[in-house]
Write a protein of this length. Sequence first.
Length: 231
Amino acid sequence: MSEHLITRIRIFSLLCIFFIPGQLKGQVSFGLNVGINQSWMQFQDPAGHSAESSKPLTRLNADFLMHVPLVEGLYLVPGLRYITKGTNLQTGGDGEYTRRLEVHYLEIPVNLTYKVPVSFGRLTIGAGPYTAYGLNGNNHMQVYNAGKIVSTTDYSVGFSSNVNKGIYPGTRLNRWDVGAQVAAGIEFNNLLTLGVQYSRGIRNLDLSGNSTIRTNSVGVTLGLMLSREDY
């Protein structure tokens, strides 16, 4: 994907979170979500081959969402999310190592959401882009010998011009991630919400070009609508 399109997605996300609420203050509803997500990163070498096996990383996340009615049943739902994404990598065998890479993001999702009234509330389904800013992160490495841990090392994740030790030689992580997501859920009449979501990064996070790194995340959330525009 071109950098021009990625930049446009980022600008669109920022405009939605800052501009729209001020224009439609009387119509906007707000909600808070907390949830648990499993994320994994795809690592590929320049030839496109997956270099290592990975297992999901499980962490908590929190959302602040705005629900902006457009036409009957259709809403623009921008938000602000704190989320941790990463992966558990393993090369296996004696003298080899495992790694737990995690990056903490401040993410702005912008979904176009359709809501269907039902007897107990509303069913929702939506999709849209997101842009995420990397706050900080950690790379936890453990070296094994004869099935036992012989050393443990923690490295702080660096961004842009900082080479990241323990990931790939010369790897430089991009602080900005851009991707797409889909979500579905239930808004109950008592203002509680339940949802599921999946997101996939479309930007290569390795600025060095030595590898291709992209994020994936799936999660469930439990939330509360602070207000409803139809009340």
